[in-house]
Design a protein around this ligand. Sequence first.
Ligand SMILES: [Zn+2]
Length: 399
Amino acid sequence: MRVQKVPAAARLGACPLCGGAAAEPFLVRARVPVAQNQPAGSAEAARAVTRGRLEMVACPGCGFVFNRAFDASLLRYGPGYDNTQALSPRFAAHLDALARHLVERRGVRGARIVEIGCGRGDFLRRLVTWPGADNTGLGLDPAYDGPDAALEGRLRFARRYFGEDADDARADVIVCRHVIEHLPDPLGFLGALRAMLAANPRARVFIETPCVAWTLRRRVLWDFFYEHCSLFTAASLARAFAQAGFALRAVRHVFAGQYLWLEATPTGEAARVENAGEVVALAAVCGAAERAAREGWPARLAALRARGPVAAWGAGAKGVTFAALADPDATSGLVLADINPAKQGHFVPGTGHPILPPETLAARGVRRVLLMNPAYRAEVAARLADGGEARLVRWNVAA
Ligand SMILES: [Zn+2]
């Protein structure tokens, strides 16, 4: 899903968005696995993965949140990189709702769509196959792994970056979901995108990325991890687009408030966005929560463990980060459950906790299943079969 070549090292500390002098980090983790989504074949290999430093800073000037210690050269989004969430019915429903919005509300029909960082193409395929939409799609992703074409050529894929083919600039619609938070120089990316669309003022750009205000407000500590080096509020995302020369059409929250969905065009009248000046204060509270978690979570986990085996749901970024905070030495017997067959039987990068199919939890006598993201509560309970709901424990940051 990498869409940007590694840029020159940023001036240490300066805000990559507004250039303002940076504040001190509100959250520091010394040695985190750089790749959350690459489970290892053994516990030993899991503990030997490449690590990097997290120093999350909230810019007092613009509210942008970034990892000032990020080193893009440590990350490789190659084969084996698997961050698909489309296996989850909850997430699939989200993709359906977005596709419906684009086709039925925004009139994306008969359009040439280019998706930057398309992953497996789950979203692009929806836009192309939506009833009556008559779209064609080109998915770009250097880490793409699949057939080059599908749907009789209406859906195509290429393992490359946006703009490496002059034709890219003629797209009617550019979609870029869950990419910009991976880029240490988001402004450079948006500026290059805007420059490429200069001769195509009717193009429309749609971006989705996590909302850091949502994360900070709820102190969702496991939403901070190495791959996400650039995190936005509605205001800072709008600012980035405006700085890059785009006209903002809309920015709103989707997925129960967790993500931002932004719509822009290369030219035209811009919509106004309220300023989110509260980010720095929220970040300070979140940083305190992180320090309290390091102190308190291992004991909380041990107390649960004393009543029987415990599993955490999901070996994605959230579960991996949770495991590192609550059980850094993997001594509690904690296991992670994941519905992705490619992760099952593997081990959590960093800590080496085992990843198991959810169906095997009952046989192992697992009494408590920890839920990181309440959005998935219903489907997790359904997966756990009899008594599943009763065994679910929502892991609150505080408490
Ligand atoms: Zn800034």
